[in-house]
Design a protein around this ligand. Structure first.
Ligand code: NAD
Length: 520
């Protein structure tokens, strides 16, 4: 193993990239990381160019073929993952501060994301101890085995909204499976991925096995997904980008997993515990400033209680605390970027144009510290049609639409009238109804009397335009491996087919499953 080439120092990452085992400036286009709390500049630095990508991927392939990584036993490889987790846990505060500066998320949230990333590395270290190759049933004088092998260089491409957690969800299983990884973070939030690079490097993994290549999708991302040595693309991001990545992967005949957008329904039945439902709906849509793929952004409330529930929800929304994301008790910081706020505001205006009524928020908060940052008040729109853009398109911001429903059939029809199928939430006291509705809603995850809770041991992913493939869970490691079948001959005699002349025609007939019998 190599010795670390980067020290875990204090402050924001200095903007050098980890490319092919070296820490150096990228040779691609300039990137700017802005703190959306006050618009100040965190860092400008050069991203990875196509040449940098080529170097990183080529070196990654060599590094994974070296005995130092290739021949490690599973528990030895697990040790490296535990070491990465140790470093993350030692540096939770620093990672949280970097991510908050980059994204405007509250420190409480970014610290939780850092801890969850450490948990992900530990989980896949544990998976290595139990992921078995199998001996398949015998069908003749041979033994058959199915073993799992790494694929090659994995491209991990991630969005800006939960960087270290979504990075770890790809990097940990891909490394555990024996691959090399190139990670491309989003341009708006590149810094925490550079911190992860320093951590992986300090954990002593072979030089070049892991590279971090920030840059734009058009320059850096394209160079990665088109690189002939990249053997799998693990993508999390928007549906439009995901569709393009699926096109490229289909042409190149390489596997992908696509964790894409959502427009998740949250359903409140009249028998729900209203206080619990209100708290759950608020958390489901407005935590992370609504910038969450699984945000419960369409609220369906049983008609008999819709108006009363929405009135209480609006009052609770008005009471949410916006402010400096580094201050304890603040529930919403700014949006990730000033440009993103403009996009979200356009949706609110479109919702009003389509007949919607704003019952909470709808505008930027004013006065210090809000004037300097990318703040937007959490917003509830009611009176909109389920066919309208605000009900059908992913806004990815703090905007909730509310819709009444009459009965289960009406609810399921409206909830499933969406191109997306990522998540859903159900609030009811009737577990039989929860069971029925949960099974009928198109979603990869359904929360019942809870929302936005996660477990690394539970598979996660979407259906319909929310993507394909599943991350997490014991099987999460398998998407980074291919299966190889081994046949071990146990019959010591020469193959009868090759010596047909030797017998007199009265030789013993061979049963099915022997070397000349049927074997399938
Ligand atoms: P995005 O699709 O714009 O970008 C995602 C990543 O893809 C970025 O790193 C970007 O640079 C890269 N990229 C863009 N074009 C590329 C190209 N041509 N080739 C290669 N890479 C390219 O998404 P975003 O705005 O960063 O993130 C928000 C989206 O992510 C939302 O739609 C959200 O729902 C989705 N998301 C999904 C999940 C999930 O698990 N389903 C989780 C988080 C976010």
């Amino acid at each position: 193993m190599t010795t670390p080439t980067a020290t875990l120092d204090a402050g924001l990452p200095d903007g050098r990239l980890l490319i092919a085992g070296d820490w150096r400036s990228g040779t691609g286009a300039e990137l700017e990381s802005i703190n959306p709390f006050d618009g100040s500049l965190n860092r400008t630095f050069a991203g990875a160019s196509p040449d940098d990508v080529d170097e990183a991927v080529t070196r990654g392939r060599e590094a994974m073929d070296e005995p130092a990584w290739r021949d490690l036993l599973p528990h030895e490889r697990a040790r490296y993952l535990h070491r990465v987790a140790d470093h993350i846990e030692d540096r939770v505060d620093r990672i949280a501060a970097i991510q908050t500066a980059d994204t405007g998320k509250t420190l409480t949230e970014t610290a939780a994301l850092a801890r969850s990333a450490a948990g992900t590395f530990r989980y896949f270290a544990a998976v290595l101890e139990v992921a078995e190759d199998t001996l398949t049933p015998r069908r003749g004088d041979f033994l058959t085995m199915s073993v799992h092998e790494p694929l090659g260089v994995i491209a991990a491409i991630t969005p800006w909204n939960s960087p270290i957690a979504s990075d770890a969800q790809k990097v940990a299983p891909a490394l555990a499976a024996g691959n090399a990884v190139v990670l491309k973070p989003a341009s708006w939030a590149p810094l925490v991925a550079l911190e992860l690079a320093a951590i992986v490097d300090a954990a002593g993994l072979p030089a070049g096995l892991f590279s971090v290549l920030p840059g734009s999708g058009r320059e850096t991302g394209e160079a990665i997904i088109e690189h002939p040595l990249v053997r799998r693309i693990s993508f999390t991001g928007g549906t439009t980008t995901g569709r393009h990545i699926a096109d490229v992967a289909a042409r190149r005949l390489i596997p992908t997993s696509l964790e894409l957008g959502g427009k998740s329904p949250t359903v409140v039945f009249a028998d729900a515990d209203v206080d619990q439902a209100i708290a759950g709906v608020l958390f489901g849509i407005f935590s992370s400033q609504g910038q969450s793929c699984i945000a419960g952004s369409r609220l369906f409330v049983e008609t008999s209680m819709h108006d009363e529930f929405v009135e209480r929800l609006a009052a609770a929304t008005d009471d949410l605390v916006l402010g400096d994301p580094t201050v304890p008790g603040v529930q919403l910081g700014p949006l990730v970027h000033f440009d993103h706020r403009l996009d979200v505001e356009r949706y609110i205006a479109a919702g009003v144009d389509e007949g919607g009524r704003v019952v909470s928020g709808g505008a930027r908060p004013t006065g210090p510290p809000f004037d300097a940052g990318a703040f937007l008040s959490p917003t509830i729109l009611t009176g909109v049609d389920n066919a309208s853009a605000v009900c059908q398109e992913e806004i990815f911001g703090p905007v909730l639409v509310t819709l009444p429903f009459d009965d289960e059939d009406d609810l399921v029809a409206q909830a499933n009238d969406s191109v997306y199928g990522l998540a859903a939430g159900i609030w009811t006291a009737d577990y039989r109804r929860a069971w029925r509705v949960a099974r009928r809603i198109d979603a990869g995850t359904v929360w019942i009397n809870t929302y936005k809770q996660f477990s690394i041991s539970t598979p996660f992913g979407g259906t319909k335009d929310s993507g394909w493939g599943r991350e997490k869970g014991v099987a999460g490691i398998r998407q980074y491996q291919h299966q190889k079948s081994l046949y071990w001959g146990m019959d010591p005699s020469p193959h009868a087919w090759a010596a047909p002349h030797r017998g007199d025609g009265d030789g013993p007939s061979r049963p099915e499953g022997t070397r000349e019998g049927r074997t399938s």
